[in-house]
Design a protein around this ligand. Structure first.
Ligand SMILES: [Zn+2]
Length: 115
């Protein structure tokens, strides 16, 4: 499962910032999984929750935002919202569109427990 390796990567990244920045517990991990990132958010959450016991993320709130896909249509010269990378422009059926936003999975915030 794709989400399992993404979750592993996220946990590894947070653990290495914990080692670097000397914290041992995280209160909130906030992620952004764009609608075009190809990530199944429920599966990602499930994989993360299965992995966090024994790490600095144990007990942390995991927040996953799902920003919509935004793209630029050259034909209309407008920014439009799309739900998959293969979508044509919703206004003019133009294709291809240039993806502007919503195609990434990333950590947007990490709130650390002060000790
Ligand atoms: Zn268009």
């Amino acid at each position: 499962m794709h989400e399992l390796s993404l979750a592993e990567e996220i946990v590894r990244m947070v653990e290495s910032s914990a080692a670097r920045d000397h914290f041992s517990r995280v209160a909130t991990l906030k992620l952004e999984a764009g609608a075009l990132a190809g990530v199944e958010v429920a599966a990602l959450r499930f994989a993360l929750e299965a992995m966090v016991p024994g790490t600095c993320l144990e007990g942390a709130a995991i927040v996953i935002d799902e920003p919509p896909g935004r793209a630029w249509c050259n034909a209309c010269a407008t920014e439009v919202t799309i739900t998959t990378r293969a979508d044509p422009c919703p206004a003019c059926d133009g294709y291809p569109l240039k993806v502007l936003q919503g195609d990434a999975l990333r950590v947007v915030d990490l709130v650390v427990v002060e000790e």
